[in-house]
Design a protein around this ligand. Structure first.
Ligand code: FAD
Length: 653
């Protein structure tokens, strides 16, 4: 029984840092009741994380925000490696300029922008959607979960007491249990997500530890406006001298972030943080930069960090409570990953909770969060250990050629090679074909746990009766599209309007699944028939899962890309599911595209870039987060029904 005085919420997010705000951005796409609370009275103002990698920008783009980020950010195009001059080992010289990442990696570069501005852009986005806003000066005080209710979809198993704080009370009282605020409220939640940072209160309530070690190596960090003759000060640099290391990252405006090696403390001894002033950091940096000079008048932020890598052994509890971001993994800032991986955790989780709460999907999809994101955190921890050794100790045999060293990691660091599955949301690759899909076999661009490479499961049966076989992906049909990875974006041309665009432009984060029908050569009568037959099957599937009042494509959107010129194809000759009709709005002209050169001659290579046969095409199914779930032949008309039966719930009409 529930108390009338209690408040009820579908989703409660604790913590409004980058992870919590990203989750709230997803929650804004659904018709669900979400609250997000934070003990602080304001967002981060200065310092902390500053690196934004390509996949994060792709994600922002899917919310329509990438341009806002790019305008304010510093673009990190090159990284310079500086080492002792063999002729004068007390001086450093530039030994290499390396590009930050290969040009074919993403349409977005790596940039740096301070965490506060990143949070502000997300806060502005939430305000523009008008569904979720951060409630500040509010913190959970008690937590209880009724384990008996966890399997009941309609239940609110988590009960939390929230306490309202006076402005900045969190800063005055470091220990949350000493907060003075008296106003309390009891909240019952269907789902709770702890995005409450490295000292996560929620993780502690669940008695989930962070496993790993802190080293005794310390770095001083500061954001300064440098006064210097060092020639690469407006480039990102890794500087190793015989008396320590400095890393530099130019920032927006005139600022430059410096990470300066402070040395090691003895076993068991902690560093005296108060003694590490900006002046002390400067004094350590100066001999490392010799023969160049360094000074500053303006310092915006300063901190000290100790290298360490820790990760939680589980990211969720009964698929009712989840932890994301720093709450479950902490590492050094050397790779600029903290904010990125934290937001990407939330990006993986948000649509799943949204789909379940809005009745699109069964709760069983939620287990994929831990399954998909924990291996990424473990991989990150491994790489971070290597990278922070490199930053502290300088080039080794493995990292002598800095460009090669960086390129090895950049696919993972950028976030674009992150790969999920196989699981309920990502089908297995056909046995024997995984290795023909380029990089899958040796895992060089996968970056995560590489199940496909270790031998895909040939068939998965529907758990309940074991009769229906889920489809198995034929990855050879799209040789450059990786099952489980995010869909790369290539140019296409709108059939009806002749506008060239990127595929990503029509894949916003709005909670929809996508069936991308690469229709092949529609001038062939046989191929037209194959596409027609698939259209009939897709119409039934779309109808079965569509929201009763929101149109045929409201849950699964069908997007067609054919390989012939626009002049060769008449959109209305295609089955209606490819350009659905609305009694008020007419035909949907923004669902059929082609791979011709376009009026400016800048398009027309998409089939080739995806490695898809221009005659026979293929079907690619994408999750709402743009990761590839399935690749198969157009002639396998029953595949979509088989695939979606495992992940979606039919809508009652
Ligand atoms: P956070 O950004 O920590 O957000 C957690 C949010 O939860 C905060 O807003 C907090 O107020 C709120 N919260 C916490 N506990 C409670 C509670 N009990 N009740 C209510 N609200 C709560 N990364 C880099 O890449 N480079 C750096 O140089 C760097 N420096 C850093 C310096 C500092 C001092 C810190 C703290 C972090 C630094 N990071 C750095 C890490 C980076 O900031 C994080 O990786 C990133 O912010 C993680 O995002 P998150 O949302 O998971 O957690």
């Amino acid at each position: 029984t529930y108390d009338d005085m209690d408040s009820y919420v579908d989703l409660l997010i604790v913590g409004a840092g980058p992870a919590g705000l990203m989750l709230a951005a997803w929650a804004s796409q659904y018709d669900i009741h979400t609250r997000i609370i934070d003990e602080k009275s304001a967002r981060v103002q200065t310092g902390q994380a500053d690196g934004l990698h390509s996949r994060s920008l792709e994600i922002f783009d899917s919310f329509g925000l990438a341009e806002t980020f790019l305008k304010g950010a510093f673009h990190v195009n090159e990284i310079c490696s500086w080492n002792p001059d063999p002729k004068n080992p007390r001086h450093v010289i530039r030994t290499q300029r390396a590009r930050t990442q290969p040009s074919n990696l993403s349409r977005y570069p790596q940039v740096s922008l301070n965490q506060g501005l990143t949070e502000q852009i997300l806060l502005d986005y939430l305000a523009s959607k008008g569904k979720v806003s951060v409630e500040r000066n509010l913190t959970p005080e008690t937590f209880h979960i009724d384990e008996r209710l966890c399997d009941d979809d309609s239940a609110y198993p988590s009960v939390l007491t929230l306490r309202r704080l006076a402005d900045n009370e969190w800063a005055k009282n470091i220990r949350p249990d000493s907060y003075q605020g008296a106003e309390r409220e009891t909240v019952r939640a269907k789902y709770v997500v702890g995005c409450d940072g490295a000292h996560s209160w929620l993780r502690q309530q669940l008695r989930i530890p962070l496993i790993g070690e802190h080293t005794n190596k310390h770095f001083g960090v500061m954001d300064i406006v440098p006064l210097t003759d060092f020639p690469d000060i407006r480039e990102s640099c890794v500087i190793h001298s015989n008396c320590g290391s400095v890393m530099t990252i130019p920032r927006e405006g005139r600022f430059v972030r410096l990470y300066v090696q402070l040395g090691e403390t003895a076993e068991g001894e902690t560093s005296d943080r108060a003694a590490i002033t900006p002046k002390a950091i400067l004094d350590r940096a100066r001999p490392i930069l010799e023969p160049y000079s360094l000074d500053f008048r303006i310092c915006d932020w300063q901190s000290v960090y100790t290298i360490g890598q820790r990760v939680a052994p589980r990211f969720s509890h009964r698929d009712r409570i989840f932890l994301a971001g720093d709450a479950v993994h902490t590492h050094s800032p050397t790779m600029g990953q903290g904010m990125n991986v934290s937001m990407q955790d939330a990006y993986n989780l948000g649509w799943k909770i949204g789909s379940v709460l809005s009745g699109m999907s069964d709760r069983k999809i939620l287990s994929s969060y831990d399954e998909e994101r924990r291996p990424i955190a473990n991989e990150l921890i491994k790489l971070d250990t290597k990278m922070s050794n490199f930053y502290s100790e300088g080039p080794s045999e493995e990292s002598q050629d800095y460009q090669t060293f960086r390129d090895t990691f950049s696919w993972f660091l950028s976030g674009v090679s992150v790969s999920y599955g196989p699981n309920m949301l990502v089908t297995s690759a056909k046995k024997g074909l995984a290795s023909s899909n380029g990089h899958h076999a040796n895992g060089d661009r996968r970056g995560s746990h590489g199940e496909h490479a270790n031998g895909p499961k040939p068939y998965e049966t529907n758990g309940s009766n074991g009769h229906r076989c889920s489809p198995v992906s034929d990855v050879a049909l799209a040789r450059e599209i990786r099952l489980g990875q995010r869909m790369p974006s290539e140019k296409i041309v709108c059939q009806s309007e002749a506008n060239p665009m990127l595929l990503s432009d029509i894949l916003p984060s709005n909670g929809k699944w996508r069936a991308l029908v690469f229709a092949g050569d529609l001038t062939s009568a046989d191929q037209r028939q194959v596409v027609q037959n698939l259209g009939e099957a897709l119409e039934k599937v779309c109808h079965q899962y569509a929201h009763p009042r929101q149109g045929l494509h409201s849950t699964i959107e069908v997007i067609t890309i054919h390989s012939r010129s626009r002049d060769d194809v008449v959109m209305l000759d295609l089955h209606n599911v490819y350009h659905p009709w609305d009694d008020t709005l007419g035909w949907d002209y923004w669902k059929v595209y082609c791979d011709d050169a376009g009026t400016a001659g800048t398009c027309g290579e998409t089939y080739e870039k995806y490695g898809i046969d221009a005659e026979s095409g293929c079907l690619v199914i994408l999750r709402p987060d743009q990761h590839v779930s399935y690749i198969g032949a157009l002639s396998d008309e029953t595949a979509p029904a088989r695939f979606f039966a495992d992940v979606l719930v039919p809508r009652t009409r």
